[in-house]
Design a protein around this ligand. Structure first.
Ligand code: NFS
Ligand code: SF4
Length: 622
């Protein structure tokens, strides 16, 4: 593609893209271009390769075949494909949660040197929610019992996953009535895969109903466990200043980038980076220090708890390497493009994979387990220091942007004096019209960060409080929305409230599993008002989503009563029945729907309308 093309709305994105082109580094944009035109059948969800009587496809124009070899029609094929995306997303978050539960168990047995319980208060609080008697028990016993109880949530011993009890009673009744209360975390994913096997569930409504239950098993199960156990092991986040964009890389220091999702790895690396021994070694090698930064969600985990800087989001990962300033990139799993080993090979950068379940071309594999992670992290940091001297030219084209992150629900409620009442008052008074969770990824189908930044700008101008997570949170921080002075970009009401609290109008809630913090917050708001989540003037949005995980998040948000906007169209347009169910029919079942709109300006109008309608129904502006 034309090297002068604007691929990003950020200057580091564009300048580093030019640098990558100059260095002959192939990027996600080049590969996206090479794939054009992409398959129209797949785009509409009308192709099926579930069994090998196929692959099959249904002709959307009604002339060619209208069923696959087995007889599945467009509705069945589209629904099955979407349901398998939900299952894959739920599996990814929930398996990440499982890895944390295993660390919690290992800590309780004294088999995870370097890890510890950082929030005993949260450990005991969550344990009580699991019905564990905590009084008089020492912390490690409680940790062991909680790990055990969480493991049961993954299986089939319980009627429902435990943390659904956090949802307002009205919401739980909705789920019961629809038959979508999630039972076991693994159970729902497994059943989803079973139902979508050839010759099992061939009713698109019934399939999608299980899709809702499967997504709920992630939102109120696996993802929620991932966030809660991360807080227990690494600390409950509190607001901290940080820096974002490619400018956080430092010329004179050893730069280590962590990429992926699981704080089990990145926390140990961050610990090793601040040890005296490593600092001394770095200095002996001529570096002024060790600079640890993040990309993607494991970076968000570190930013939330330690204020560690973020070099970029999903589409920046190859570009960050093209600075030539990265001495080592350490990855675990999810959203790590298999291309980055090749990109790094153009520079001196050492690439390290760490998970037994995720290997990549062009990377050295150093497996982290709870018992060896502390040692492994030190070995890797040493190797990164050794690599510092091998740098050639370094190009860091921008200065970093300041931001504040670390808004856990505990701190938000704490800042409000322990109850959501002041927030509710501001909403009732109309100073804050409502809130939108803007979440999700980047996708080369949309100009990098354009969807996020444009949408958020419109929302805050209209007095809508924004909370964000995942790759959005980096885009909005880079755009300057996350400093207290950003209230100048907000409408008068939002400006007044955020100004009084000393917070920015866009609050960083964390990684993608941390979307569950939004569920906890809206539950608290609904309970305080005595209404259901679907009655609240809130909405969700994923303006640039790409991943299966994002599908699952969207579905659990809607199933939880939060109407959700998607930028890119999911592969469902081959079935008008499925489209109608997602955009209209679900309203009767769960009180929320999906809306699709690639243009963020129009999406803002859609979201504002949703919020104003809810306000009216609650009688807030009468
Ligand atoms: Ni979420 Fe985080 Fe980013 Fe998308 Fe990937 S890093 S888990 S999936 S791309 S927001
Ligand atoms: Fe074709 Fe049916 Fe097999 Fe799918 S499940 S590939 S539609 S025969």
């Amino acid at each position: 593609i034309d090297p002068r093309t604007d691929v990003s709305i950020t200057s580091d994105g564009n300048l580093l893209f030019d640098k990558a082109v100059k260095d002959n580094v192939e990027t996600v944009w080049h590969r996206h271009e090479a794939q054009q035109p992409q398959c129209g059948f797949c785009d509409m969800g009308l192709s099926c390769r579930i069994c090998i009587m196929g692959p099959c496809r249904v002709d959307p124009f009604g002339q060619g075949p209208q069923t696959g070899v087995c007889g599945a029609d467009a509705d069945i094929i589209v629904a099955r494909n979407l349901c398998r995306m939900i299952a894959a997303g739920a599996a990814s978050h929930s398996d990440h949660g499982r890895d944390l539960v295993e660390v919690l168990e290992a800590v309780s047995k004294g088999e995870a040197p370097g890890y510890k319980i950082r929030s005993e208060e949260k450990l005991r609080r969550v344990a009580r929610e699991y019905g564990i008697q905590t009084e008089g028990k020492d912390v490690l016993t409680v940790a062991g019992e909680l790990a055990d109880a969480m493991m049961e949530d993954y299986g089939m011993r319980r009627k429902s996953v435990t943390l659904v009890n956090r949802a307002p009673e009205k919401r739980r009744k909705v789920w019961e009535k629809a038959g979508i209360t999630p039972r076991g975390i693994d159970r729902e994913t497994s059943e989803m895969m079973h139902r979508t096997h050839m010759g099992v569930d061939n009713d698109w409504v019934s399939l999608l109903t299980q899709g809702l239950r499967n997504a709920l098993s992630d939102g109120w199960g696996g993802s929620m466990i991932a966030t809660e156990v991360s807080d227990i092991l690494f600390g409950v986040p509190a607001p901290k200043p940080t820096m974002v964009n490619a400018g956080v890389l430092k010329k004179g220091q050893v730069n280590i980038v962590v990429h992926g999702h699981n704080p089990v790895v990145s926390e140990m690396v961050s610990k090793a980076c601040i040890s005296e021994e490593m600092l001394a070694l770095a200095k002996a090698k001529g570096a002024a220090g060790i600079n640890l930064v993040g990309v993607c969600c494991t970076g968000n985990e570190l930013l939330m708890r330690r204020g560690i800087a973020m070099a970029g989001n999903h589409l920046m990962t190859e570009l960050i390497l093209s600075t030539g300033a990265v001495d080592m990139m350490i990855v675990d799993y999810q959203c790590i493009m298999p291309s980055i080993g090749k990109a790094a090979a153009c520079y001196h950068t050492k690439m390290i994979s760490t998970s037994d379940k995720a290997r990549f071309p062009g990377m050295e594999h150093h497996e982290f387990h709870p018992d060896n992670a502390e040692e492994k992290a030190k070995t890797l940091v040493k190797a990164a220091i050794e690599n510092f001297g091998n740098r050639k030219q370094v190009y860091i084209p921008v200065a970093p942007q300041e931001a504040v992150g670390g808004f856990s629900i505990e701190t938000i409620l704490g800042a409000l004096g322990g109850t959501p009442a002041p927030l509710i008052d501001a909403i009732k008074a109309g100073k804050i019209r409502g809130a939108v969770g803007v979440v999700g990824c980047n996708n080369p189908k949309i100009k990098h960060d354009y969807g996020h930044v444009t949408l958020i700008k419109k929302l805050i101008e209209n007095d809508i409080l924004v909370v964000d997570t995942g790759c959005v949170s980096v885009a909005s921080a880079k755009a300057g929305f996350k400093v207290p002075s950003a209230i100048e970009m907000a409408g008068p009401g939002l400006k007044e409230i955020c100004g009084a609290l000393g917070i920015p109008p866009v609050l960083h809630l964390g990684s993608c599993v941390d979307n569950v913090r939004i569920l906890v917050l809206v539950s608290a708001l609904a309970d305080a008002l005595g209404v259901d989540i679907s009655d609240l003037p809130v909405a969700g949005s994923a303006p640039e989503w790409y991943s299966e995980k994002a599908v699952t998040i969207g579905v659990y948000c809607v199933a939880s009563g939060i109407t959700t906007h998607l930028g890119p169209m999911p592969p469902v347009t081959g079935s008008m029945n499925v489209v109608k169910l997602l955009t209209e029919g679900l309203n009767d079942v769960v009180g929320a729907t999906f809306g699709v709109e690639p243009d963020p300006e129009k999406a803002a109008v859609f979201l504002i309308r949703v919020i104003e309608k809810k306000r009216k129904a609650l009688g807030l502006d009468s």
